[in-house]
Design a protein around this ligand. Structure first.
Ligand SMILES: [Ca+2]
Ligand SMILES: [Ca+2]
Ligand SMILES: [Ca+2]
Ligand SMILES: [Ca+2]
Length: 421
């Protein structure tokens, strides 16, 4: 929880090394942006391997260039092989390898803004150049919903379903729902069966070509990369409601066939069905409105806190890059200043009175009968609903009690389909 607002410069990785961490950006008075300090080489937020049960919400990670400490693996957010993770309303920008790099099982990435990357001249190893942006490989039982992935050389959604080690019988379940991918030079989507048989529900997603998008052989949304390292690894794909000028196609050099596609939601063996509630599934246009309204860190204790950088990128998509400030000349710079810069968040220290120091402010505890302002009871669950008292406070700040019913009724104007391209 945060009593402060503003930019946090980290000189080493923030490592999540234990189970059960909740990083609640929505508690900050005006919001938090985490950026790379000179001592940091790889990833500002780094989940150590085998860690489980973390929730990260409403916070920005903008890595920035690192010409002083070159690295081939500069990720804004990196989840090392772990399980039961939620990234919700996270902004991950300015990575120099990926902006999001996740290896996880039972994980959700939702309402987040990923990219652009900085790659060229940003300190990434010369000659070892990648710009993969949104990278989840391998993942299993992953839900990727209502995110905006934007502006990169390649891989607006690089997803390899499965698990390691590669072994006969491996499966990977991925539900990719309601996302918008915008302005990638190539490979806006790439799905691989390298690590297991793929069970993919690809529903209501939108690909928007931008000023830099090219018609390359691999520019499908998505390209299916049939590269089974074990011959039995296959694909079962349900696709519905997507908008893309070039939908599913074979990655060059591999083959796909119609038997990969099924007529109803697909589930890997052992997965209980119908976990996707009907309200989660609308249509591509409604989903894109939700993305424009919700993607990135948008809430703080003071209310709506979408910062100027996120707002600039939302406007950039909303107007299909009509405002001539981003990427007109290509990805020629590794300087964050050329990508909208860092956020202007009012810095400050503004703690709320909390007499028993349990994280729940006096005012909150006094308002509700379930908590006692005079003793630490954050981890109790007075109403027995499974959420400890402190999490009820955090979820109130995140507007979980009112938000979901309002997620899909926006009247926001949408950009032209495929930005008219
Ligand atoms: Ca990486
Ligand atoms: Ca308290
Ligand atoms: Ca208390
Ligand atoms: Ca409770």
């Amino acid at each position: 929880m945060f009593d402060v607002s503003g930019q946090i410069v980290v000189n080493s990785e923030m490592r999540i090394t234990v189970d059960g961490i909740y990083i609640a950006g929505q508690t900050s008075p005006n919001g938090i942006e985490v950026v790379r300090g000179k001592g940091l080489v790889d990833a500002p937020l780094f989940y150590t391997r085998s860690q489980a049960n973390a929730i990260v919400r409403h916070i920005r990670f903008r890595y920035g260039n690192h010409t002083d400490a070159p690295s081939s693996n500069g990720d804004s957010v990196r989840i090392g092989s772990s399980s039961r993770q939620i990234l919700d309303h996270v902004t991950a920008m300015f990575g120099t390898d990926e902006s999001l790099d996740a290896v996880c099982t039972d994980c959700t990435v939702q309402f987040s803004m990923v990219g652009p990357n900085l790659c060229r001249d940003a300190g990434h190893d010369p000659g070892n150049y990648h710009c993969k942006t949104f990278f989840m490989k391998p993942v299993n039982r992953a839900t990727i919903a209502y995110n905006l992935s934007q502006h990169g050389d390649e891989r607006g959604a690089n997803i390899a379903a499965g698990t390691t080690p590669e072994a006969t019988g491996n499966t990977g379940q991925v539900d990719y729902i309601g996302n918008t991918v915008y302005n990638f030079i190539s490979e806006p989507g790439l799905i691989s069966n390298q690590f297991g048989s793929v069970y993919l529900n690809w529903i209501n997603n939108t690909h928007m070509e931008g000023v830099l998008s090219q018609d390359r052989p691999e520019s499908f949304f998505p390209a299916i990369f049939n590269r089974a390292t074990i011959a039995s690894f296959g694909f079962s794909i349900y696709r519905s409601g997507n908008e893309a000028r070039r939908g599913f196609g074979a990655y060059p050099g591999t083959t796909i066939n119609s038997s990969m596609f099924v007529d109803a939601m697909t589930y890997a063996p052992g997965i209980s069905q119908n976990y996707l509630r009907p309200w989660m599934l609308t249509d591509a246009r409604t989903s894109q409105r939700t993305v424009l309204d919700q993607a990135g860190a948008i809430l703080c204790r003071g209310g709506g806190c979408r910062d100027n950088v996120d707002a600039l990128y939302i406007e950039d998509l909303q107007t299909c890059d009509r405002a001539p400030y981003l990427f007109q000349g290509g990805f020629t710079s590794g300087d964050p200043a050329d990508y909208g810069g860092f956020a202007r968040i009012t810095a400050g220290y503004d703690p709320l009175p909390d007499g028993d120091n349990d994280g729940m402010p006096d005012e909150w505890e006094a308002r509700y009968a379930n908590t006692d302002a005079n003793r630490p009871d954050a981890n109790e669950d007075a109403d027995g609903d499974g959420y400890p008292n402190i999490e009820e406070y955090l979820n109130m700040l995140a507007k979980d009690d009112v938000r979901y019913e309002n997620l899909f009724n926006s009247s926001r104007q949408l950009p032209a389909p495929n930005c008219g391209r």
